[in-house]
Design a protein around this ligand. Structure first.
Ligand SMILES: Nc1ncnc2c1ncn2[C@@H]1O[C@H](COP(=O)(O)OP(=O)(O)O)[C@@H](O)[C@H]1O
Ligand SMILES: Cc1ncc(COP(=O)(O)O)c(N)n1
Length: 265
């Protein structure tokens, strides 16, 4: 069994952040671990507030994991502030995990900022160069490139520009597109299109967290990058399509659809 760790914020309502990451790792047959960067008060309706964990405590959690357990892949989500980013980047340089998937979480679906504006530059300088795969959604790719994105050509250009910041591969996600949910991967050499139908659903809380965690799990399990993304996208699609409505706002995806189906549940 491969061991995958998420470095992310929390969601007590279980749909996004560390909870979504953990469920996704388990759904992929991986051993799931969590380093917490921020305690977030949120639910399906939105974010109420958050408290950042101190850099010392984040470093200590990362050391606790890496000094004890072999890590096959790391997924990074909410990183809030420059100090958090710097401490994580330093630990990644120290421990050199085989796969680092970075979801550059900036703003929650509800509109609440989860990354301070002054941290955007630190993210670019410190964390993006350490990413094997970076998974911005369209608004995040717009912030990272300073350019408007409204079609496949501008998604491709953004992926290439972000790769120039040092990420080995960049997946620009299409969940915010109007026409469909096509994601585009630039792997440093060329583009791969992951075509996807848009599901009309309110069960989309944590889709980005789940996608990046599924990619990290698939890479840990030995898949090549293009297959890891394709299989992860199908996992999220199934999760949205078969989600039970939970909560009064944007509910979580169904993380265990294919396992439950196999078990006849
Ligand atoms: N309504 C939807 N129907 C189908 N796929 C979706 C939908 N919303 C998001 N996705 C997929 O979920 C993944 C996360 O995308 P996105 O919503 O853009 O990220 P984020 O959660 O970071 O905003 C992508 O693979 C995207 O294509
Ligand atoms: C702790 C945390 N991390 C990330 C997200 C973004 O979630 P989404 O995947 O819906 O953009 C979130 N709402 N909370």
């Amino acid at each position: 069994m491969k061991h995958v760790v998420s470095i992310a914020g929390t969601d007590p309502s279980g749909g996004a952040g560390a909870a979504a990451d953990c469920k996704t790792f388990c759904a992929h047959g991986c051993y799931a671990m969590n380093v917490i960067t921020a305690v977030v008060s949120q639910n399906t309706q939105g974010v109420r507030g958050y408290m950042n964990v101190t850099p010392e405590m984040i470093a200590s959690q990362i050391d606790a994991v890496f000094e004890d357990i072999e890590v096959d892949a790391v997924k990074i989500g909410m990183v809030s502030v420059p100090e958090t980013i710097r401490i994580i980047a330093g630990k990644l340089r120290q421990y050199k995990p085989s796969f680092v998937v970075v979801d550059p979480v900036m703003v929650a679906t509800s509109g609440h900022r989860l990354l301070a504006e002054e941290a955007e530059q630190t993210l670019k300088e410190e964390l993006i160069p350490l990413a094997d795969v970076l998974t911005p959604n369209i608004p995040e790719a717009e912030v990272l490139t300073g350019r408007h994105i409204d079609d496949f050509a501008s998604m491709e250009q953004a992926a290439k520009d972000i790769a120039a910041l040092g990420a080995k591969a960049v997946l620009v996600k299409g969940g915010h597109r109007v026409e469909d949910a096509t994601d585009i991967l630039y792997d440093g050499e060329g583009f791969h299109y992951f075509k996807g139908r848009r599901v009309e659903s309110t069960s989309t809380h944590g889709t980005g967290c789940s996608l990046s965690s599924a990619i990290a799990s698939n890479l840990a399990n030995g898949m090549n990058l293009a297959d890891a993304v394709a299989v992860a996208k199908q996992y999220v699609f199934d999760g949205i399509s078969h989600a039970e409505p939970i909560g009064k706002g944007h509910g979580p995806i169904h993380h265990f659809y294919s396992l439950y189906r196999k078990a006849g549940m």
